[in-house]
Design a protein around this ligand. Structure first.
Ligand code: PMM
Length: 276
């Protein structure tokens, strides 16, 4: 089993969005101090790495410029890295990745799978760092209309495999690659459920797989009340945990979550059963 960045399965990646508008934690950690406190708290709770993002990728979100993204993430990364915390930068831009790596991040989490910025592969290859390639078909503003599939499971697998091939051709060490099916990105609810049901198909490609289902809208819709309104974002934690257990059981390497404490508890239960 590969251990990207030395992190063994099951890995827990804690989400730290330093944005005013992310769908689940947007606006909560905009000040550097609040972000630092939350990042440190997630590490105390057992997160293996913290994923710092400065651009919202919520469906329909408008883009911010690269300088704004750098200004949001770099101070947070620099301070948390000084504490010895393992950090990934959640960005699709090579310029932001470069600044984040210089500030102390040691992972790049690219929701575009390397497709958004032709310079990203070279930055990652030069840094020799792990790179999460997430399945993506276009920026948030347009992604809803890109959610058309014949067989979502094999199409996501094949499109991600091409991203991995391109990364390797650009000089990235295969041992540094992690694949992520990108739940909610150019996917309708039924696509997310199908991907969750067939994680084995993506895992069979041979790279560690990361899954991000935490608090996403397909869970909110599943749990809608009698009035048809989706369950609010901060009341989707139990459903998120259910996806975590299913993903671990399917064999993923890691999970990307907002709520670290309950995730680590669930991981411990899963491990105890596995080892019994
Ligand atoms: N989801 C979001 C952002 N970044 N990165 C990866 N690798 N996988 C994901 O599923 C993913 C991601 C969605 O927004 P959030 O940061 O508010 O969860």
């Amino acid at each position: 089993m590969r251990r990207p960045g030395g992190i063994a399965r099951p890995a827990v990646m804690g989400v730290l969005n330093v944005t005013p508008d992310s769908f689940s934690d947007g606006g909560r950690y905009v000040s550097v101090d609040a972000a630092l406190d939350h990042g440190r708290q997630m590490v105390e709770q057992g997160a293996d790495l913290i994923d710092v993002g400065g651009e919202s990728t919520r469906p329909g979100a408008l883009r911010v410029d690269a300088d704004t993204e750098v200004k949001r993430v770099v101070p947070v990364i620099a301070d948390l890295a000084a504490d010895g915390i393992t950090l990934s930068v959640d960005t699709t831009r090579a310029q932001v990745a470069e600044a984040a790596l210089a500030a102390g991040a040691t992972w790049v989490n690219d929701v575009s799978g390397g497709l958004a910025d032709p310079n990203m592969a070279a930055v990652v290859a030069d840094a020799g760092c792990p790179w999460v390639l997430m399945h993506w078909r276009g920026h948030s503003r347009d992604m809803h209309k890109l959610a058309t599939y014949g067989d979502v499971v094999t199409e996501v697998r094949d499109e991600l495999s091409r991203c991995a091939d391109a990364a390797i051709a650009a000089g990235v060490d295969p041992d540094n690659l992690v694949l992520d099916p990108g739940l909610g990105f150019a996917k309708r609810a039924e696509h997310n459920w199908q991907l969750l049901a067939h994680l084995d198909v993506l895992i069979a490609v041979g790279f560690p797989v990361l899954l991000g289902a935490s608090r996403k809208s397909f869970l909110g819709r599943l749990l809608a009340g009698a009035d048809g309104q989706p369950r609010p974002v901060d009341e989707r934690e139990d459903a998120t945990l259910a996806t975590t257990i299913l993903a671990l059981q399917a064999g993923v390497w890691g999970i990307r979550v907002h709520e670290v404490l309950s995730t680590v508890d669930a991981v411990k239960v899963w491990q105890a059963v596995r080892d019994a």
